[in-house]
Ligand binder design. Structure first.
Ligand code: 3EB
Length: 324
């Protein structure tokens, strides 16, 4: 049995989930009507494409204990731990150190609850493609993240969490994460060089994340946490057009599902989150993803900046092996 399931709901009704003590996380987007303070609620300031206002629900099977520990908000249901924190950025050229601090706080909170294994981390901060202090901010983020991860774990390259690193237009570094008591299985993409081996042309420190994490929560129950996936083959960005980038991205996602299938029953996406640069039309993208993964696959489109200037779209998600 998986300790929680994930689904999208209309944000207008998201508040009712707060009355359910099995709620592990509620992810909201843009700047919605605030809810009463609750450690299970994390808001990511990215506008949704289209008219909708969507929230993401992580619903557990057991009641969650919630709290705040040194700035880290958490919900713990005995098997899975949801964590999030928001740090103000005092100066734009200190993202390296701020990121290291954020990760240290995250790890300390997870360890204190008995969850040493970070499976999946979502990272959001503004001006991701801008230079500050002589380095692109995404690259400075990678330096800080690596320092904190390396301090936490010696066997870094086999125990990297799945991740996304996405640009917002709002101040502050925001992280949220899923931790477990035991590690998942790191999945790399045979079509891509592992991000942690990218050459130095992409920055002084290669990005520290895995392409996906396969977590076996029960005999037959797997979650596959798919990192942000883009139109990259080898280490190089491919294609100038949105639809060509999308097709390459879908091939990468399919390659990850196939890799995971070597270790688990067939997996299919149960929800996908699509980050697109502002001003791009999501309608043909929606249609193409429906062709690839089925018309009923829940999709959420968010306007965002992607961590490479030349990338227009990035897709992440959750796939499961359990019957839908
Ligand atoms: C890539 O494949 C695209 O730095 O955490 C995707 C997912 C990307 C996560 C990260 C970056 C990150 O390199 C960018």
């Amino acid at each position: 049995m998986t300790p929680f399931t994930v689904f999208y709901c209309d944000d207008a009704h998201a508040g009712t989930w707060l009355n359910d003590d099995r709620l592990l996380a509620l992810i909201r987007f843009d700047s919605p009507e605030p809810f009463p303070a609750d450690p299970r609620v994390c808001t990511i300031p990215l506008p949704e494409r289209g008219d909708g206002a969507t929230a993401e629900v992580w619903l557990g099977v057991e009641p969650a204990q919630t709290g705040i520990r040194e700035g880290v908000h958490y919900a713990d249901n005995g098997d899975a731990l949801f964590l999030h924190l928001h740090l103000d950025e005092p100066a734009p050229d200190a993202l390296n150190l701020l990121t290291a601090t954020a990760y240290e706080q995250l790890f300390a909170a997870a360890r204190a609850r008995g969850y040493p294994c970070l499976l999946r981390i979502w990272n959001y901060f503004p001006a991701i493609n801008q230079n500050a202090g002589g380095l692109e901010r995404y690259r400075a983020f990678c330096v800080g993240r690596h320092a904190a991860l390396r301090a936490e774990r010696a066997e870094l390259e086999t125990h990297l969490p799945a991740a996304s690193a996405i640009g917002t237009r709002q101040p502050g570094l925001r992280l949220y994460a899923l931790a477990a008591r035991d590690a998942g299985w790191q999945i790399e993409n045979p079509r891509q060089i592992s991000a942690f081996h990218y050459p130095t042309q992409y920055g002084p420190q290669s990005p520290s994340f895995s392409r996906a994490i396969l977590k076996r929560w029960g005999e037959r129950d797997h979650h596959l946490y798919l990192s942000g996936t883009a139109s990259i083959v080898g280490h190089a960005s491919q294609h100038y057009g949105l639809m060509a980038q999308l097709d390459e991205t879908l091939l990468n996602l399919e390659a990850l599902l196939a890799e995971a299938h070597r270790r688990a029953a067939a997996l299919r996406p149960v929800l996908l989150r699509v980050y697109v640069r502002p001003d791009l039309d999501p309608a043909p993208v929606r249609e193409r993803i429906a062709q690839a993964f089925g018309p009923d696959t829940p999709l959420l489109f968010l306007c965002a900046d992607i961590c490479r200037q030349d990338l227009l779209i990035e897709i992440e998600g959750l796939a499961t092996s359990a019957a839908p």
